[in-house]
Structure formats: C-alpha cells, structure tokens
Design a binder for this molecule. Structure first.
Ligand code: FAD
Length: 317
C-alpha cells in the first residue's frame, strides 16, 4: 500500500522506523530478529537506507596506494524483499542520486516494482567522505527533485528512451527529505523551502524530516512549510541519543542543535548507560508531545538499535 494511503487511513499517529543494511560480511538474520519486537507497535512501513560507495586505500608492498571503491552496506533491495516477505508490511527503500546514472535509476526502479515495492524515498545523498562536495555521475541527477521527476515520469509510462515499448507504467508513491534546522548547504531557510516545494511540485507526496531534538523546531518548520504552499504530510524523524560520542557526533554530522535542557541532563552523565537513559526519557517526552499534536507518524531512526526504539515506543503507543 502507498504511504499516503496508510496515513489517510490512520485514525491516530502511526509508528514507523528506518533501518540500515548490515555491514558487508554480516548476515541479515540478526537485523530481522532485532526488529521483530517492534512489530508489536504495528508499523505499516519500514524504511531501508541506501549507502553509496566509499573509497578505501590499499597499501601495496612497493608503497603505492590503490584507491578501491567499495560498498560497506549493500543489500537495500534484498532487505526490502525480506521485510515484506517476513512481516507482511511495506518496505520503503531509499534511492539516491549519488552513484547512479539515470539509466541505473530506471533499472533499479524496475527491480523495485517487480518485487512489489510501492514507495520510495528519493534523496540526493551526500558526497563520499573523501570528496568535498556532491558530484553527480555523468548523466546522473544533481538534486533529489530531478530524481522525483524521473520516478514520476516512469509512473506516467515515460522511460528514458523513446524506443522502450511501454505497455506498463510504475505507480510509486514518492517521499522526500525535509530539514527543520535547514539543510547544511542551503544559504537560507527560505531557499531550502523553495527547493522542498520543487520536490513536492514535481510529485513528492510526503516528507520525512531530519532528526531534531527540540519539537518547537519541528512545529515552526511545519508552519513555514505550509506558508510556502506545501500541503503534503510532514513525518517527524526521531532519534534518541544513546552514547556519549553522539552528543558531539550528531550535531557535527546532521547540522542540528541539542536544546539546553537536554544538554544540562547529558552533561551530568558519566557513562553511555546514563546517556541512554536520559536520551530515552527525552525522546519519550518529545514523542508524547508530537502525538498530542497529531503528527502523521513517528519515524524512528533506529540506527539498527531496535531495543532503544522499543523502550520509547512502549511508553508512547
Ligand atoms: P536535495 O533535496 O537535492 O537538496 C540538497 C541541497 O541542494 C539542499 O541544500 C537544497 O537546498 C539544495 N538544492 C536543491 N535543489 C536545488 C536547486 N535546483 N538549485 C540549487 N540548490 C538546490 N543519505 C544517504 O546516503 N542514504 C540514505 O538512505 C539517506 N536517508 C535519509 C533519510 C532522511 C529522512 C533524511 C532527512 C536524509 C537522508 N539521507 C540519506 C541524507 C541525505 O542524502 C542528505 O541530507 C543530502 O545531503 C541531501 O539530500 P536531499 O535529498 O535532501 O537533497
């Protein structure tokens, strides 16, 4: 079923979450067993992230370095199939501009359609860590809005090459990303909102937000989004802090602020266990307020730590 249908049919706030494929060399078994307990909260859909190639350097005996392209977390499409098969719920693969030509995107969408995927989250992706800025593939997309456009064209039976005989069109529901604290490359919030509107105008039907820790930022974002003339559902992304390292890593990586009241509590923590306790408590309060405000779904970034999400959901749903 389409995400938009799930949201329309819902009488109250839904529970959904996002998982990462396991690292290459690890099995899927632990991941699927790990998320099993979350089925208690009846998620209608689960997102599966996509990870583009990274570069590693191999040193040869003669001292030369070989640059090798590798994918550390392949398997997004296979995991979607496994989730749909095992839990009988929808899986939403993330699809990136980065690392894909338009032709590869078209073929990926055909694969997804053939395995029964009905929703995709269309994203630009980031630059690989070794590159300073995002560079599309030759004949790839520069921005998520272009990817949305390609998916919608396929939904209308328009493939890349006129020679493709089309007796069939896809019917994907497309989601996109939104940033309550602004995307880090956008010169201003107003600019970023215009770009978000482009994605929606081109056919995106819902938005999932970057994580945030201050609900006020989400509420203000939704107000600004509506003022900009965007009327699709805005699903808030929730991530509990669970380790001391995340206190600096999350703001650095995702360009967000931690509220003073949260920091006051985190600064008292000496161990990861204490941080996790504070993080869970904070998320529970955040989620309860968001449910009260009737948000469409609480979308958890599990980062493959389902037990933390479980502890929060148990108190909220
Ligand atoms: P875009 O919407 O293309 O925007 C990127 C930047 O370009 C913004 O600053 C925007 O303002 C600007 N921009 C857009 N259009 C134009 C234009 N026409 N002209 C000039 N500027 C423009 N990354 C992964 O690698 N894998 C994942 O699975 C993944 N999942 C994510 C899920 C969610 C919910 C979120 C919020 C992010 C996720 N990301 C993921 C991270 C995402 O790829 C990065 O944040 C990336 O930097 C931006 O992606 P986007 O789709 O928002 O890009």
């Amino acid at each position: 079923m389409k995400i938009t249908e799930h949201l329309e049919n819902a009488k109250e706030t839904l529970f959904s979450f996002e998982i990462l494929p396991p690292l290459k060399g690890q099995s899927l078994k632990e991941l699927l067993e790990g998320i099993s307990p979350l089925m208690e909260f009846k998620p209608p859909f689960v997102d599966v992230t996509y990870h583009r190639e990274e570069y590693i350097y191999k040193k040869h005996p003669n001292g030369l370095l070989e640059k090798i392209s590798t994918k550390k977390r392949p398997g997004t499409v296979g995991i979607c199939a496994a989730i749909m098969n095992r839990f009988q719920i929808d899986a939403v693969p993330h699809l990136l501009c980065g690392g894909f030509t338009k032709e590869e995107t078209e073929n990926a969408l055909i694969d997804l359609n053939f395995i029964g995927v009905e929703n995709v989250l269309a994203l630009r992706g980031d630059a690989p860590k070794t590159e300073g800025k995002f560079i599309p593939e030759p004949d790839g997309h520069h921005f998520a809005s272009e990817l949305v456009e390609q998916i919608v064209r396929m939904n209308n039976g328009k493939y890349l090459h006129e020679e493709t005989e089309t007796s069939f069109h896809t019917d994907f529901c497309v989601g996109v990303a939104g940033y309550p604290e602004k995307h880090f490359e956008a010169p201003s919030m107003k600019f970023d909102l215009k770009r978000l509107k482009e994605k929606v105008d081109k056919g995106a039907e819902y938005v999932v937000t970057q994580m945030f820790f201050d609900n006020q930022k989400y509420f203000e974002f939704v107000d600004q989004v509506r003022e900009a003339g965007i009327n699709v559902p805005i699903i808030p992304g929730i991530k509990p802090i669970t380790t001391i390292g995340q206190i600096t890593m999350l703001p650095r990586t995702f360009f967000l602020d931690l509220p003073d009241a949260l920091m006051d509590e985190l600064e008292k923590c000496k161990t990861n266990a204490e941080v996790r306790e504070v993080g869970i408590e904070w998320s529970i309060n955040q989620c309860k307020e968001l449910v009260k405000a009737k948000v469409p779904s609480l979308h958890f970034y599990t980062m493959s730590k389902a037990s933390t999400t479980y502890a929060i959901a148990k108190e909220v749903f």
